[in-house]
Design a protein around this ligand. Sequence first.
Ligand SMILES: Nc1nc2c(ncn2[C@@H]2O[C@H](COP(=O)(O)OP(=O)(O)O)[C@@H](O)[C@H]2O)c(=O)[nH]1
Ligand SMILES: [Mg+2]
Length: 223
Amino acid sequence: MAGDRNKPYELDQEKYDADDNVKIICLGDSAVGKSKLMERFLMDGFQPQQLSTYALTLYKHTATVDGKTILVDFWDTAGQERFQSMHAAYYHKAHACIMVFDVQRKVTYKNLSAWYTELREFRPEIPCIVAANKIDADITVTQKSFSFARKFSLPLYFVSAADGTNVVKLFSDAIRLAVSYKQNSQDFMDEVLQELENLKLEQKEEDVPDQEQSGSIESPSPS
Ligand SMILES: Nc1nc2c(ncn2[C@@H]2O[C@H](COP(=O)(O)OP(=O)(O)O)[C@@H](O)[C@H]2O)c(=O)[nH]1
Ligand SMILES: [Mg+2]
C-alpha cells in the first residue's frame, strides 16, 4: 500500500483493510491540552479533518493491537467544551474516553465530575482514563492524590503534551481498552440504537406516500 497516505482514497482503503475500527473521544475543559495531547501522540502521519459543522476535529490513526490492524478515530472538540457540554453526536458509539484536566488549574479538576456525569448519561459502560496534563510545569503534582479517579475506579495518568511524558502510554492504553470494550462487551444500548435506526429507515420508506393521512391529534406527552 504505497502512495500518498493523505489521499482520502487511502483512508477508505485503510478502513476497508482494517480488522476493526474504534472511536475514542476526548473530554475536559478548554485549554487543558486535549488537542496538544492528540497532536503529540499522532505527531507524524496524523491527518486531521476539520468538520466545522460539527465543531470537532477528527484524527485518523492506524494501530496494531495483538497483530490486528485497528483503525482509530480520535475525536477532538473544537471549542464546544466552553459551554460545559457536548452534543450527543460526540458521544455516539464512542468506545473509550480520555478525560483531561490541567494540574495547574484546580477548576479544571473540579469540572471533571460534570464531564463524567455527562459521559455516563450517554455511554454508561465505556472505559475512561483520566489524564493529569502539564506535569512538566510542576512535577510535584505527581505526588498528590487525586481522589476523583479513585472514587470512580478510573486509571489516572500523569502526562505532559509539552515534553511527551506518558503520552504514548496514555493513547495506546486507550486504544487497547476501546478494542477490548468493543469486542467483549457488546453494548446493549448500541444494539438498541442500531435497531431503532433501522426501524426509522424502514418506516421512512413506508411512510412517504401516505404522510398526508396522519391527521390524528396527539396529546402532548408529560415532562
Ligand atoms: N506547559 C504545558 N503547556 C501545555 C501542555 N499541553 C498544552 N499546553 C498549553 O495549553 C494551552 C491549551 O492547549 P490545547 O491543546 O489547545 O487545549 P484544549 O483546549 O484542551 O485543546 C496551549 O497554550 C498549550 O501550549 C503541557 O503538557 N504543558
Ligand atoms: Mg482543543
